[in-house]
Write a protein that binds this ligand. Structure first.
Ligand code: PGA
Length: 252
């Protein structure tokens, strides 16, 4: 069992309401009971409607609250229906998911993402930046080109890479029950780490987590890849039992 810090990040997407706080309370209870056994960092990226309330209720807990996206402009402005990084930060968000394929598919561009990353880091939120190839791109052997392109587009020497967690999420794996072959996954994760370290001329490898159909039954096999710094978990994160079992089974 590794004693390295591992991220277990819940992405609730467009699910959850006030009573869903119970899910986080149960997970927190489990983390408190097992604090000597495991060293996970748990983050719950919940809908914007819940950030404020959950941040207050979970203030003294082992769980940090995060957001799932933001608007392109900082502060306040005439953008109907939008929420800025300043507003998210003031609501209590400590983390923010950016570049999720759900949003990229709805038209979010690399250029916009570059801006959103800067705004989020300015607000001192940690960014969970998602990258990954579609099934079509994979079939055409374009995985590495796609990843390089997605990374190159946001890189800039002034960014504080200590505050960015890279989430490799193959689009074909999200919500499908399909996961990459272990060897393939190991290669991709190492590629991302090496690419970023070289490109940014940094001493430490950046954090890279995996996301896509992670569940209590498959998580243990990922523990053989030491380079994976954790997981971004979608549907299984809506159930405290599944989320706790993911943590248990990872460290089994
Ligand atoms: P999934 O979603 O775990 O339901 O596949 C992952 C994600 O979208 O981040």
């Amino acid at each position: 069992m590794t004693n390295k810090l591992r991220y277990f990040i819940a992405n609730w997407k467009m699910y959850g309401d006030l009573p869903s706080l119970k899910v986080l309370k149960d997970i927190n209870f489990f983390l408190g009971k097992n604090k000597k056994t495991y060293r996970p960092k748990v983050v719950a990226c919940v809908p914007s409607t819940l950030i404020k309330m959950f941040s207050i209720k979970m203030r003294d807990s082992r769980i940090s609250i995060g957001a799932q996206n933001c608007h392109l402009y900082e502060g306040y402005g005439p953008h109907t229906g939008s929420i800025s990084t300043l507003m998210l930060k003031n609501s209590g968000a400590k983390y923010i998911i950016l570049g999720h394929s759900d949003n990229r598919q709805e038209g979010e561009t690399n250029q916009q993402l570059k801006q959103k990353i800067n705004l989020s880091l300015n607000q001192k939120m940690k960014v969970i930046f998602c990258i990954g190839e579609t099934l079509n791109e994979r079939k055409k052997n374009k995985t590495y080109n796609v990843l390089t392109n997605q990374l190159n587009n946001i890189l800039n020497k002034n960014l504080n890479f200590n505050n960015i967690i890279f989430a490799y999420e193959p689009v074909w794996s999200i919500g499908t029950g399909k996961i990459p072959k272990l060897l393939e996954l190991e290669k991709v994760i190492k590629f991302i780490k090496n690419f970023l370290r070289k490109k940014l001329k940094i001493a430490k490898y950046p954090k890279v987590i995996y996301g896509g159909s992670v569940n209590p039954d498959n998580v243990h096999i990922f523990s053989s890849i030491n380079e994976i710094d954790g997981f971004l978990i979608g549907s299984a994160s809506l159930s405290s039992k599944k989320f706790i079992d993911i943590i248990k089974n990872y460290y089994r």
